[in-house]
Design a protein around this ligand. Structure first.
Ligand code: ADP
Length: 807
């Protein structure tokens, strides 16, 4: 029983009991027996929803009780705040919690005062590179979803970060949580950890395949679920309808449907809304209407509108194109059983706690660019989706159903997923893009200073644990070192007979900025080309990239989970924003004084070309449209364009131009929903691009100083960055920089004759209030932020003419 748990802050045992933790689940008890509360390393490989989080909490709380601090590494940024909220319930026992998000380069000193810190592995890696002092003092690190070391784009960072943490602090307790995988023992060996490897689940799971009007389950049972007439005229619809029928308490069995792309999630939700609608009661209908209204008022985009429409009918979709507010609303309403069915991309299977009575894996194949077609999902992924079935306390058991066309395919699915074990997890560290960044950081941060030292450090990784010998790793590492030396990020020094490796000044900067060295090389080349100076580093830039291959984005795994499949509307938007063509000639002319031509579009294009910005794809009609744009605005683009005969590289160039145009639209105050529509992306994507551009331009500014570009160039970069940060034209930069103002309010204030911070301090309050549509609290906060002595709006009446001028 939890009360017998010793070594926790007092009161925690009772609190857990009050939450319904009457006794530890068997895997949890096993973990405690293995020394979890005494600081022992542990790998827990247990199914989804089997209480992994409590294992982590017990480890962290006991470490804190001993006077230490803990770090919890989450796989997705979106999960960081969710985990923080979860851990904050221990604040009443004196445990403080902090989450580290935001810019990679910030050093997060305030975190030193926290007992528990939540962060992504990228963030932790960046904090190490920037020398955050509290890292040295950690006593416990938890790595959630450690099986993601298998992920090509993000796995290597997780692996290297754990290796660094353990190297910095030999006594560090390492707790790793994993889905059930084929080689949990290997992971435990890598981390010198005890292993809890268990299939135990708190609620039974039946897995089956639906074909020919019936589900065959793994326990040999069969349930008829015939496909009917509309609206239950396909397998998914029939299964959702059936789940909603079978459960006794009237509120029915919710379903979670996994599909392979955002577009499919949205269209499946529209289809299934016809089914869920029939199962709603009047009171539910009203609550759902209110939710739909909330969605509509939060975002006036197409995505928001389609989401609101299906929510009214008790269905929803869930993918990375939604804003975090939209996602949270959907998840909450589903847990409250108001939303009966969510159609989701596979991201939902990882992390988010949304159990359902019935999980339906509709698409077990997904488009894979590298594979060049539709590829079956890994058993590991499908098992995680299936693991979402069964709501403890509500369902007698959970059901997971895969869809097959016929008996033959049914058999294939049984073999591939139902009877199959999850694949072993394999390190992806030996891939060039991963090593490029980690080799530079390892040397820049002082973990190694020679070639041999580098190999010695890499020996602490899962890769080394798994490889028969290190020949391959050595040869790729040697190539990467060559690349880094050629680009002047590293230099070789003779130290007696030994050859030492050291980071150059730029190399240090690139490591701290958390840039992919290839991005840095691209930025430096583009900036040097603009400056008219020679390009000393350019010779080696393409050594690893001669064919123009752009590596997969590392920022957003959901992008990958979605298989990058987003489809354009065939009619397109031929206007391409001509109405809002920017008037940035002035900025160009200003910078031109110093002989440098840096316009926002040119800079946006430059950052969009780097592997740190994940691409917008060219859709039907785009190639023509952006070729046209290219001819019109060629003079603004930095560096030499690839020849049109180099098809792949030229297409990449145009795709970057498309991204640059999106950013330019944003920086000329085009509405967010217009942008989403024009580029056929979700509102979350616009935000993602804007954030990435802001970060990369900040990096470009630092690099421009580092390579001694004239001050005018640095200023152009800063202005382009601020414009994208605030989403405004030049004249609003100062206003939008006042906290709480934002792009729309800045424009309204400007129209009312208030153009600067000083103006805000001196303006007639009635005018300010009028421009802010009579919102007193907002007006007071803004005036206060602008430094006004007497921000109070008591007795001020909004000036109607200011309001009129501002609309
Ligand atoms: P996982 O992280 O393994 O996916 P969670 O930690 O989210 O699973 O646990 C799923 C649910 O089980 C949570 O709602 C949690 O509160 C509950 N839970 C965990 N441990 C126990 C326990 N020992 N007794 C009762 N409920 C528990």
């Amino acid at each position: 029983e939890p009360t017998s748990l010793s070594g926790l802050p007092s009161g925690v045992g009772e609190a857990l009991e009050a939450e319904g933790v009457a006794e530890l689940y068997p895997p949890q008890a096993e973990a405690v027996e293995a020394g979890l509360l005494e600081g022992e390393n542990l790998v827990a490989a247990v199914p989804t929803a089997s209480g992994k989080t409590l294992i982590a909490e017990l480890a962290m709380l006991s470490a804190i009780e001993r006077g230490g601090t803990a770090l919890y590494i989450v796989p997705l940024r979106a999960l960081a705040s969710e985990k923080r909220a979860e851990f904050e319930r221990f604040e009443e026992f004196g445990v403080t919690v902090g989450v580290s998000t935001g810019n990679y380069e910030s050093d997060g000193e305030w975190l030193a005062t926290r007992d528990v810190i939540v962060a992504t592995s990228e963030k932790v890696d960046s904090l190490i590179r920037n020398g955050a002092p509290w890292i040295d003092d950690l006593s416990c690190v938890v790595s959630d979803e450690i099986h993601l070391v298998n992920d090509r784009s993000r796995g290597p960072t997780l692996e290297v970060t754990l290796a660094k943490l353990r190297r910095i602090n030999e006594g560090l307790q390492t707790v790793a949580l994993s889905a059930t995988v084929g080689n949990a023992r290997e992971i435990a060996d890598w981390l010198d950890a005890a292993l809890v490897d268990s299939d135990w689940r708190p609620i039974d799971l039946r897995v089956g395949v639906h074909a020919n009007g019936a589900i065959d389950f793994d326990d040999g049972s069969r349930t008829d679920v015939p496909v009917g007439d509309p609206p239950t005229d396909d397998q998914t619809a029939a299964l959702v309808d059936d789940a909603l029928d079978t459960v006794e308490d009237g509120r029915g069995g919710s379903s979670l449907v996994f599909v392979n792309s955002r577009r499919n999630a949205e269209s499946a939700a529209r289809n299934l809304a016809r089914v869920t609608r029939r199962h709603l009661e009047e009171a539910e209908r009203e609550e759902l209407d209110a939710l739909a209204e909330e969605i509509r008022s939060g975002s006036e985009t197409d995505t928001g509108e389609s989401l609101a429409e299906v929510i009214e009918a008790g269905a929803a979709f869930h993918h990375a194109g939604l804003t975090s507010d939209q996602r949270a609303l959907v998840e909450d309403a589903f847990r409250d059983r108001l939303i009966k069915c969510i159609c989701a991309t596979p991201t939902l299977a990882a992390g988010v706690n949304t159990p359902a009575r019935r999980v339906i894996v509709r698409d077990w194949r997904r488009y894979d660019g590298e594979f060049g077609g539709m590829k079956p999902l890994d058993a590991l992924e499908v098992h995680q989706m299936c693991g979402r079935a069964g709501r403890p306390g509500l369902d007698p058991y959970g059901e997971a159903v895969l869809l097959a066309n016929d008996a033959e395919q049914s058999e294939e699915l049984f073999d591939r997923y139902v009877w199959a074990d999850a694949e072993p997890v394999r390190s992806k560290l030996a891939a060039e893009p991963a090593l490029r960044t980690h080799v530079l950081a390892t040397i820049a941060t002082g973990f190694a200073s020679t070639r041999e030292g580098l190999f010695e450090f890499l020996a602490n990784t899962l890769y080394a644990e798994q490889a028969d010998d290190d020949r391959h790793l050595r040869s790729v590492t040697d190539g990467v070192v060559e690349y880094l030396v050629a680009n002047e990020f590293l230099e070789r020094e003779r130290d007696g007979g030994r050859e030492a490796l050291a980071a150059t000044s730029i190399g240090h900067t690139v490591s701290r900025l958390y840039l992919d060295p290839m991005s840095a090389a691209e930025l430096i080349d583009g900036l040097r080309a603009a400056g008219g100076g020679g390009s000393a580093a350019s010779d080696g830039t393409d050594t690893l990239d001669a064919d123009g291959v752009r590596y997969a984005p590392s920022e957003d795994p959901d992008e990958q989970a979605d298989g990058f499949v987003t489809y354009g509307r065939v009619d397109g938007d031929g206007k391409g924003g001509d109405g809002e063509r920017s008037d940035d000639g002035a900025a160009a002319a200003a910078a031109g004084d110093a002989g440098i031509d840096l316009t926002p579009l040119g800079l946006y294009h430059l950052v969009s070309r780097t592997p740190d910005m994940y691409e917008l794809y060219l859709k039907s009609g785009d190639e023509e449209r952006y070729t046209q744009t290219y001819y019109e605005r060629e003079a603004e683009l930095l560096g030499a364009a690839p020849s049109e005969h180099e098809e792949v590289r030229f297409e990449d160039w145009l795709a970057s131009l498309k991204t640059a145009r999106l950013l330019e639209d944003w920086a000329t105050e085009v509405d967010e929903d217009r942008i989403a529509e024009r580029y056929q992306v979700g509102p979350g994507d616009v935000r993602g691009k804007v954030d990435a551009a802001e970060w990369l331009l900040r990096a470009a500014e630092t690099l421009a100083r580092e390579i001694d570009l004239p001050e005018a160039a640095v200023t152009s970069i800063r202005d382009a960055r601020k414009r994208v940060e605030y989403g405004v034209r030049e004249e609003l930069l100062e206003l939008a920089g006042v906290r709480e103002v934002g792009r729309k309010r800045a424009r309204r204030l400007y129209e009312a004759g208030i153009a600067s911070r000083d103006d805000l301090r001196e303006a007639d309050k009635a005018t300010v209030l009028g421009a802010l549509r009579g919102r007193e609290r907002t007006a007071e906060t803004i005036l206060e932020n602008a430094g006004r002595e007497d921000p109070s709006m008591d007795d001020v009446r909004p000036d109607a003419s200011a309001a009129a001028a501002a609309t």
